[in-house]
Design a protein around this ligand. Structure first.
Ligand code: PLP
Length: 422
């Protein structure tokens, strides 16, 4: 008998994230430096209880929160989100107006719907090499092709971006390109923050190639980790503040990482006609993000509790990153290149060329045997046949493991690496 599954149903590969989570859960003694989870200890339990009590104290505030809402999201939360971004970006109000804000079930939903709105099977999205592996899973599932642009310490390699756009133009495939996807703050997986100059140059390059593409080329800016800056440095403004951004930049933001991952409220700022298309698609997905959770975030932002929570989380991750840094210095062989980050949840490590730590490598197996898990960097590279993806890198997170487990996990991993990197 033939399958009843759609082409998408048949094509969708098991996401790497499910496999990593299953591996972690099936081994109780395992220390996971792989999870992109936030730190349980820093989640806002007391704040959320007080805010939810406030919402549910009276029918006047409780009933609307327990009722369906609108597809675009609670008007007050959209206003507060626009104001919050405006504050982070220091002005530039038109780029952040509430009418362009869409509240979503995490920024993941926004990313998925944006790709649904922009891309048909066979279309192309340009991504960073490496990038957020769940985004790559969406591309795989939807039959969207990816081209990877090398990432350097301050963002993507612009020379390579131009080269790829030129190649695509010459091969007649530029009309299949729809967007460039950048994770611009403390990137998952490398911890890299894209400089404002690079955002500007990337947007200019996209504009330059639009005539040959025959349609707009969008810059999708994923700012998931923006507010988890803990190095005391200055925030980089978004691409939304650039000239021409109003019509070309799609901003994906989230309250997951800075407030509560379990509340899973995200948002997008989108230009027309993408905004309307995504809004209609969301109408079919869920016709609105959970109202109770939106009410929680609305109260947190309006009361100032949100800002307090972010400050607390930043302090916590600063400490945990320091613990990881010290442990890496103590236990990792000196030949391993470490990319530290001033925010987010991850460090990136590169082994000498030719030494694999990929999913099928001896190092990965030995690490599992010693009860420590990391994300093999190769999972973060798009299926782009134009280049060979490296397999000598790994992502290690200081997000969810306790400080004791961070020390112990890095120690175990260091011992494995020392065995293979004599
Ligand atoms: C780069 C990046 N973007 C988006 C997301 C999605 O987060 P959420 O859906 O919780 O907003 C994540 C989650 O790990 C991420 O790492």
């Amino acid at each position: 008998m033939e399958t009843a599954l759609s082409a998408l149903g048949q094509r969708t590969a098991p996401p790497a994230i499910s496999w990593l989570m299953k591996t972690a859960l099936s081994r109780p003694k395992l220390i996971s430096l792989a999870a992109g989870f936030t730190d349980n200890a820093s989640l806002p339990v007391d704040i959320s209880r007080q805010l939810l009590n406030g919402i549910l104290r009276s029918p006047k505030t409780g009933q609307p929160a327990l009722q369906y809402g609108t597809t675009a999201g609670e008007p007050q939360l959209r206003e507060l989100t626009a104001a919050h971004l405006q504050q982070l970006d220091g002005g530039s109000d038109r780029a952040h107006s509430a009418e362009r804000v869409l509240i979503t079930g995490g920024s993941q939903q926004l990313l998925y719907m944006t790709l649904e709105a922009l891309c048909d099977e066979g279309d192309i999205v340009i991504v960073e090499d490496p990038t957020y592996f769940v985004f790559l899973s969406i591309l795989q599932s939807r039959g969207i092709r990816a081209r990877g642009v090398k990432l350097t310490r301050d963002g993507l390699d612009l020379v390579q971006l131009e080269k790829i756009l030129t190649q695509l133009k010459n091969s007649g495939e530029l009309r299949r390109v729809k967007a460039l996807y950048l994770v611009t703050y403390f990137q998952n997986p490398t911890g890299v923050t894209t400089s404002f100059a690079k955002k500007r140059a990337a947007l200019r390059l996209l504009k330059k190639f639009e005539r040959a593409a025959g349609h707009p080329l969008y810059l999708i800016e994923d700012a998931a980790y923006r507010e988890l800056r803990f190095d005391g440095g200055v925030d980089v403004p978004t691409a939304l503040t650039l000239p021409g951004a109003r019509h070309r930049v799609i901003y994906a933001g989230t309250y997951s990482k800075p407030f509560a991952t379990g509340a899973r409220v995200g948002f997008g700022i989108l230009p027309e006609p993408v905004y309307t298309a995504v809004l209609r698609i969301k109408g079919n997905h869920d016709f609105g993000t959970a109202n109770l959770l939106q009410a929680l975030l609305t109260r947190a932002l309006a009361s100032g509790d949100y800002d307090q929570q972010v400050a607390k989380a930043q302090k916590n991750y600063a400490r945990k990153a320091r613990v990881m840094k010290q442990a890496l210095a103590k236990h990792f062989p000196a030949c391993v290149e470490i990319w530290e980050s001033g925010g987010g949840l991850y460090f990136w490590a590169r082994l000498p060329a030719g030494i694999s730590c990929g999913v099928n490598s001896e190092i990965f197996r030995a690490a599992l045997k010693h009860d420590v898990l990391y994300v093999p960097g190769e999972l973060c590279y798009a299926a782009d046949t134009a280049r060979r993806a490296p397999d000598n890198e790994l992502r290690i997170s200081f997000g969810s493991a306790s400080e004791t487990n961070l020390r112990e996990g890095v120690k175990r991993l260091g011992a494995v690496l020392r065995k293979f990197l004599k």
